[in-house]
Design a protein around this ligand. Structure first.
Ligand code: FE2
Length: 384
């Protein structure tokens, strides 16, 4: 067997019960002068943030908090956070939250050391200077921004999401404890959990996949299939939350290194235009993109079906494709996902603009099948 040449980058992570109690210990490794804690307004009032504040105070570590972060973090919030970082003379960043505060923290870090507007870093490997040290405490199970090479920021002028992809945005350390996810409501649990599933599926069929990303992706698919419906039903069950956190981590290792595909390219455009939840956009698009892609990666989709618990046969692609799409649609229904793009307010008049933006997104590069603007418009029509 020939193993294609691939690089793989996974940061240090501390996984398990009590990981968030180690924030001060891991921040001290970076000789902190002052720490910028990046979180959102909701989380700022929680025990989690006050526990971290207690740790910092106990060790006489100076800090300030920046919490002006929206879901789908905005470019101007990143620039404002970078101003705070500079004026307060910080030298370490601690992100506490889901994908939005974590991506914003990455954006603040990029701007702080590279001294240009965040919008100038869109694309692959556009960052020259390393970010300041970044420690993360994730509070959702799905985005994996706490371990990934991706930062997604909303360009408010163009109403699209910028995908910034670079090894320089990989955090230094992530403190991962599923207990932080117990407070997520059912909708957020479903949307973030499906995001993890889409990360795993897109990484597995990516043209940049590898033996390492494949192993992690398939395991993540099995875990999401088994535990996401259980978690939605019993949100306070820590065992289920742990399994979903693990699924998110494995899917994150997979997509951070194999990149993503057309679902994410379209979801970035869609989320920017309608300011809709990322996981929901992905979920609506997933089966329609598989319908488009299937014949270009039949054997891989058969593996995905098998990991998802349905027995598929690569010698019968048409039937395998139908069975996989049906199983994913049923799974989305169980998870309470909206049926179509119409329900999140998309108009047919938006299709052309959306398709053009998706076509220009970096995630499209590793999709297993080349998609033209007309193909993307057709997928939007089916998903409407
Ligand atoms: Fe995602």
């Amino acid at each position: 067997m020939i193993v294609p040449l691939r690089k793989c980058l996974v940061p240090e992570f501390i996984l398990g019960d009590g990981a968030t109690n180690l924030a001060n210990r891991y921040i001290k490794f970076f000789n902190p002068k002052k720490v910028l804690v990046v979180t959102d307004r909701g989380l700022k009032k929680t025990k989690l943030v006050s526990n971290v504040e207690k740790q910092l105070k106990a060790d006489n570590i100076s800090y300030c908090i920046y919490d002006n972060i929206s879901p789908n973090p905005r470019d101007y919030e990143v620039m404002e956070g970078a101003d705070v970082y500079r004026k307060e003379d910080c030298n370490v960043i601690l992100a506490i939250g889901g994908g939005s505060p974590t991506d914003a923290a990455k954006g603040i870090g990029i701007v702080s050391t590279n001294h240009h507007h965040i919008k100038s870093f869109e694309g692959v490997d556009k960052i020259l200077a390393p970010m300041p040290p970044l420690v993360c405490i994730p509070t959702t199970a799905g985005t994996s921004a706490d371990i990934s090479q991706f930062a997604i920021i909303l360009d408010t002028e163009l109403k699209t999401k910028l995908a910034i992809i670079s090894k320089t945005v990989v955090p230094d350390t992530s403190l991962i404890d599923a207990e932080t996810t117990l407070t997520m409501d059912k909708e957020l649990t479903a949307a973030t959990g499906i995001d993890a599933l889409v990360h795993a599926i897109e990484a597995y069929v990516s043209t940049a996949s590898s033996v390492i990303t494949d192993m992690n992706a398939l395991e993540a698919i099995k875990l999401v299939k088994q535990y996401l419906p259980l978690t939605i039903k019993s949100p306070l069950n820590l065992e289920y939350r742990n399994k979903m956190m693990l699924a998110s981590l494995l899917a994150g290792i997979a997509f951070s290194n194999a990149s993503l595909g057309l679902v994410h390219a379209m979801a970035h455009a869609l989320g920017g235009l309608k300011d809709a939840p990322h996981g929901m956009c992905n979920a609506i698009l997933l089966d329609h993109v598989i319908d488009f892609n299937f014949e270009s990666a039949t054997n891989k989709y058969v593996d995905i079906g098998n990991a998802f618990g349905i027995n598929l046969d690569s010698s019968n692609p048409a039937s395998s494709k139908a069975l996989l799409i049906e199983a994913l649609q049923e799974f989305k229904h169980i998870c309470g996902i909206q049926p179509g793009l119409k329900q999140i307010g998309l108009k047919k008049a938006d299709f052309r603009e959306l398709a053009q933006k998706a076509y220009n997104d970096s995630c499209i590069v590793t999709n297993p099948k080349d998609a033209e603007i007309a193909d993307i418009e057709k997928i939007l029509e089916y998903a409407w």
